[in-house]
Design a protein around this ligand. Structure first.
Ligand code: SIN
Ligand code: FE2
Length: 226
């Protein structure tokens, strides 16, 4: 196998600002590197593959323009996040194409939530994003949920990704962080509604997923607690 490509340093200010401004992650953002061991990553991937067998990946589309996303998606949990040209971004209890209810969230993901989310209630949605080499996710805020006390917890599997996170305004300075297989990150507290996205995938950096690529699992609470 080719040695992994040389990478930029993991955290760096990308937006113009004072020349000596330190790269600062937004308050409340947490990166837990190596939250899952290689064996736990394998076991989780196998459960996610089972989810994908019953709830196949679909190609989401941008509201109004119908432009396809470069990632494919599916979900597990009582609610799933979908987007299409006609009805836009939303949560719904059924698969966009098959109409079946989403499969349940695998227990190891709920364990990660219990261990790291610092939150009494449980998540209702797990979005599964599949990034082939070349896919990215434009800068956005997760704001279709109605429980601001719950964080967004995301798990990375497979190839590494260059993630950026900024602040509540699109123009806020952004910090770049490499997310590796088995890492968990949390958009919690003031960072819950920060702009974030994936600049690129670093192909050949993990052999977890046969054929390469990256899977990101995002756990969210959608409706208010209690
Ligand atoms: C997302 O913000 O929906 C995905 C982030 C990621 O892939 O790490
Ligand atoms: Fe997001």
């Amino acid at each position: 196998m080719m040695p992994p490509a040389k990478r930029k340093s993991p955290a760096k200010i990308s937006s113009p600002g004072p020349a000596d401004a330190p790269a600062r992650l937004p308050e409340g953002f947490q990166l837990i590197t190596g939250a899952l061991s290689p064996a736990d990553q394998k076991a989780l991937l196998s459960k996610i593959n089972d989810v994908i067998l019953s709830a196949p990946l679909f190609q989401p589309r941008m509201p109004r323009t119908g432009q396809p996303f470069s990632v494919k998606m599916t979900n597990c949990g009582p609610l799933g996040w979908v987007s299409d040209k006609e009805r836009g971004y939303r949560y719904q209890p059924n698969h966009l194409e098959t109409g079946h209810p989403w499969p349940p969230i695998p227990e190891p993901l709920l364990d990660l939530w219990r261990a790291h989310a610092n939150c009494t209630g449980l998540p209702e949605a797990c979005l599964i994003n599949h990034y082939p080499a070349g896919a990215k996710m434009g800068s956005h805020r997760d704001q279709d949920e109605h429980e601001p006390r719950a964080p967004v917890l995301s798990v990375s599997l497979g190839d590494e990704a260059v993630f950026h996170v900024g602040g509540p305004k699109r123009s806020d300075p952004k910090v770049r962080v490499t997310l590796r297989s088995g890492d968990v990150c949390l958009l919690a507290g003031p960072s819950r509604f920060a702009y974030h996205g994936i600049d690129r995938i670093l192909p050949g950096t993990s052999d977890l997923i046969p054929g390469g690529g990256r899977i990101n699992l995002t756990l969210r609470r959608v409706t208010p607690f209690g």
